[in-house]
Design a protein around this ligand. Structure first.
Ligand code: HEM
Ligand code: HEM
Length: 175
């Protein structure tokens, strides 16, 4: 029997690291206190910022991996391969856009951001900017778009695993 064609270990590790961080971000985003004009970035909100910037760092590594590697050869039909590629590109785009919009919003609130609590990150909008405020609303809306896309992606994975019973899910299996 042929060994299944899989993504390499780094790509698989980064996929599941991002899954864990995104899961945490939705839980934190939906359970943290509502953010108002005078809200301080403490507690669950501080956690949302730390996890979010770590997620952006993981995505930077992932995009670097993707730009320098090819995924294993696809076993899908042409139309299905096209739909899957489109979904993956949209996932990548939202996994960058949602955190960057959150960062712009945090900057407009003059919240200091760090990477891993150690390296200070620059502000992406001036404190008090109305643009930065508006980006907070788009952050929330696009987070729902990301959620919908993730549901589609997971549904496709379940379909491959339990209905088509092909080897697609094994391509990203952690071990
Ligand atoms: C994929 C990563 C992320 C997801 C899924 C996510 C998700 C969410 C969700 C669901 C909310 C609550 C929205 C609401 O109650 O209407 C939220 C709010 C917020 N997030 Fe994120 N977030 C992410 C990354 C980030 C990052 C990286 C930052 C900042 C560095 C950030 C900063 C904020 C801020 C400031 C709010 C409050 C926005 C407001 O109410 O105006 N988020 N996020
Ligand atoms: C039960 C959960 C999940 C399973 C079983 C799963 C499985 C997979 C599999 C098998 C692939 C490879 C597809 C192929 O070879 O064409 C893949 C790719 C991908 N997944 Fe997931 N996934 C899950 C959750 C997620 C989540 C939550 C996200 C987003 C945060 C995500 C983002 C991606 C992206 C962006 C790719 C494209 C990778 C690339 O080609 O560079 N996945 N996933």
């Amino acid at each position: 029997m042929h060994t299944p064609l899989r993504y390499d270990a780094l790509a698989r590790l980064l996929h599941w690291l991002v899954v864990a961080l995104v899961g945490a971000q939705f839980v934190l985003g939906w359970t943290m206190p509502d953010v108002h004009r005078d809200t301080q970035p403490v507690g669950l909100i501080a956690a949302h910022l730390i996890v979010g910037t770590s997620l952006l760092a993981a995505m930077a590594l992932r995009i670097l991996w993707r730009a320098t590697h090819r995924p294993p050869a696809s076993e899908l039909s042409r139309p299905l391969h096209a739909v899957s590629t489109l979904t993956h590109v949209a996932l990548y785009a939202l996994l960058v856009a949602v955190p960057v919009l959150g960062w712009i919003n945090a900057s407009s609130r003059a919240w200091p951001l760090t990477l891993f609590g150690a390296f200070p990150l620059p502000a992406l909008s001036p404190a008090g900017s109305t643009f930065g405020h508006a980006m907070g609303d788009i952050h929330s809306v696009l987070a729902w778009a990301l959620f919908a896309l993730i549901c589609l992606h997971v549904a496709a994975a379940l379909l491959h695993r339990f209905v088509f019973r092909d080897r697609v899910v094994q391509r990203m299996a952690l071990w």
